[in-house]
Design a binder for this molecule. Structure first.
Ligand code: C2E
Ligand code: CA
Ligand code: CA
Length: 321
């Protein structure tokens, strides 16, 4: 159809027919009809688009605000002294006594009660707060350990997140910690997870660990066997201990059934010249099984539960008596 010559071109195409002739198709529309169609379109969709973007913006803002408020809440909790440290004895099988502790963070949030450490630690990691929180933990441990009197070489283990292990602040943080508790000459043990080894893209974690080990700090791979560690990492990344996850220890059945994976990990550690720490030892049977296989350190409710710094000092004195 022919329309006024002022009509706007909307679509044009030339098709060639099998006979060789070409057919031109062109669609034109009068400008006022085009404007009307656009206005119609805008009136229908613009409010929807506006509403969607307002909702999206609001969502992003609330997410941002809740993250900020979580970070602020953690900082406030640190200032208010809501965090404290529990210590779980680590038993040395050669000496048949407590040879160290693992520091485990606790948060008593007023009005909420105790917050589970795996929950708030994971949240602190996700929100970029774990380094700050670990520094706070180190100051709390410094204070607690300073009030104890332990024999030289007593192990003080702290857990480190992968982000901290590969940060350039690790060396100064740990050196300051070691220096501040040096009076009692304890042995500092850093518990790092397999994730720290895998996430070490630029080799910073490896350099940090090598430097600290050269200065006498010991390093344990925590929760060994639960991550995605390939054994080749162990060859490339020298450490001192493998800490076997409690899941493998709990595979020792109530009637002392064999735990083949556990046995294999212990054998592997021995072949690599690494000492083994077993955690989550809950029964006499598990204790005997691990002892019989030459596990160097044992830890778990069977031996002692995590306790506050003062409870631990009292418990330790009782053990010595
Ligand atoms: P983890 O490092 O594997 O710590 C051992 C956990 O096992 C502790 O739980 C301890 O209370 C528990 N446990 C000890 N003996 C037994 C036992 O015989 N049976 C059983 N079923 N459990 C036992 P907790 O204190 O709840 O800590 C949970 C996790 O939170 C820790 O696991 C660690 O990954 C993390 N965490 C705690 N404190 C810190 C910290 O200061 N820094 C970092 N980065 N992580 C921490
Ligand atoms: Ca640990
Ligand atoms: Ca563990």
């Amino acid at each position: 159809a022919r329309v006024a010559s002022s009509a706007m071109p909307l679509y044009r195409e030339t098709v060639s027919a099998p006979s060789g002739a070409s057919i031109g198709i062109s669609v034109r529309v009068p400008p006022d009809a085009l404007a009307r169609a656009w206005t119609q379109c805008m009136l229908t969709y613009l409010p929807v688009a506006l509403l969607a973007s307002v909702l999206l913006g609001l969502g992003a803002y609330r997410l941002q605000a809740s993250r900020r408020s979580f970070r602020e809440q953690l900082r406030r909790a640190m200032r208010a002294g809501e965090f404290h440290v529990y210590y779980q004895p680590v038993y040395g099988q050669a000496s048949d006594r407590c040879e160290g502790v693992e520091a485990l963070m606790r948060w008593d949030c007023p009005g909420v009660g105790p917050v589970r450490p795996d929950i708030f630690i994971a949240a602190a990691e996700a929100e970029g707060m774990i380094v700050e929180l670990t520094r706070h933990l180190l100051t709390l441990v410094e204070r607690d350990v300073g009030a104890w009197s332990m024999p030289p070489g007593f192990h003080v283990g702290v857990n480190l997140a992968a982000e901290h292990v590969s940060s350039d602040q690790l060396l100064s943080d740990i050196r300051a910690f070691v220096a501040s508790i040096a009076a009692g000459r304890p042995q500092v043990v850093l518990e790092i997870t397999e994730r720290s080894l895998i996430a070490d893209d630029n080799g910073q974690a490896r350099r940090n660990i090598d430097a600290l080990r050269a200065e006498g700090v010991l390093v344990a791979i925590d929760d060994f066997g639960t991550g995605h560690c390939s054994f080749s990492y162990l060859q490339r990344f020298p450490v001192d201990y493998l800490k076997i996850d409690k899941g493998f220890v709990q595979a020792i059945g109530p009637a002392g059934e064999e735990a083949p994976i556990l046995d294999a990990i212990i054998a592997l550690a021995h072949r690599l010249g690494l000492a083994v720490v077993a955690e989550g030892v809950e029964t006499q049977l598990q204790f005997d099984y691990l002892k019989a296989r030459g596990v160097t350190f044992l830890q778990g409710y069977f031996l002692a539960r995590p306790m506050s710094a003062t409870e631990f000092a009292r418990w330790y004195a009782g053990q010595q008596a």
